[in-house]
Design a protein around this ligand. Structure first.
Ligand code: NAP
Length: 250
């Protein structure tokens, strides 16, 4: 197979950056979708220094014209896309924790849900040209309704505002709907739970590293033909502190 082409949104830092690093180390050409040109160039330089074939792509997932331009550039340069990682997201740092105003919800849905849908719609023609297209929507265990309502889950004790978990629940349904739509194609669509990772998103309060979170995404981005589609898969957080991965309840 030709060198796989992977596009990761929000790749200038955190879990997205480390996902690009892991896929780059596996020999993928990694396209770094970043909304700030300066931060994009820095990420590209830093990944290229490690030997990765990394290319910055200025991309704001809330801006339709920016998404369209990115699709046109990929079409021109590569004619196909093998992996789309919808990683870009916002949470409490952008909107104060616990603030559950309608405006906060609107902003969260725009980036965390509408953004991935716009990305998938724009990139689908390119993904259809891949022999093994993979879409990974970076979700979260806080979007799992099953875990949220389980008194034995650590999430039961965790204070959270309405907007962020709601946006991830919606992203889970987006994942399920595209998995169903693309069931009879080679494209697999899954949602990833990186686990609670120390990044800017949560003021570095997470107990996992962003590299560990990125390993979850790498796994789903490189699934074989016999791999699953339509799953929420990733870190399983338990009160016992075990460190395992598996399928989470929707
Ligand atoms: P992070 O370090 O804050 O990184 C977020 C990335 O998203 C940044 O590159 C940011 O770009 C980018 N971004 C935000 N809005 C964007 C937009 N409109 N267009 C393009 N890029 C945009 O956070 P992270 O923890 O790595 O989060 C990555 C993903 O993992 C998110 O979807 C998050 O919800 C999910 N997640 C994180 C955790 C965790 O514990 N950290 C757990 C579960 C799921 P700028 O630098 O320009 O702001």
């Amino acid at each position: 197979m030709d060198t796989p082409i992977a596009l990761i949104t929000g790749a200038n830092k955190g879990i997205g950056y480390h996902t690009a690093s892991l896929l780059g180390a596996r020999g993928h050409t990694v396209l770094l979708g970043c909304r700030d040109p300066q931060r994009a160039a820095e990420a590209e330089n830093s990944l290229c220094e490690t030997g990765a074939d990394a290319h910055a792509l200025v991309l704001d997932v809330t801006d339709d014209s920016s998404i369209q331009q990115a699709a046109e550039q990929i079409t021109e340069r590569y004619q196909r896309l093998d992996v789309l990682v919808n990683n870009a997201g916002i949470a409490g740092a952008a909107i104060p924790k616990g603030e559950s105003t309608p405006e906060a919800l609107r902003r969260m849905l725009e980036t965390n849900v509408v953004g991935p849908v716009a990305m998938i719609e724009a990139m689908l023609p390119l993904l259809h040209r891949s022999p093994a297209g993979r879409i990974v929507n970076v979700s979260s265990e806080v979007g799992s309704i099953g875990s949220t309502l389980d008194p034995n889950s650590p999430l039961w004790q965790m204070p959270a505002g309405i907007p962020y978990p709601t946006s991830k629940t919606a992203l889970n349904m987006v994942t399920a709907m595209y998995a169903k739509r693309l069931w009879d194609t080679p494209i697999k669509v899954n949602a990833a739970n990186p686990g609670y990772c120390a990044t800017d998103l949560n003021g570095h309060t997470g107990f996992r590293t962003p590299e560990q979170g990125a390993q979850i995404i790498e796994h789903l981005a490189t699934l074989g033909d016999d791999g699953p589609t339509g799953q929420l898969w990733g870190h399983l957080w338990t009160n016992e502190g075990t460190d395992e991965s598996g399928v989470l309840p929707w």
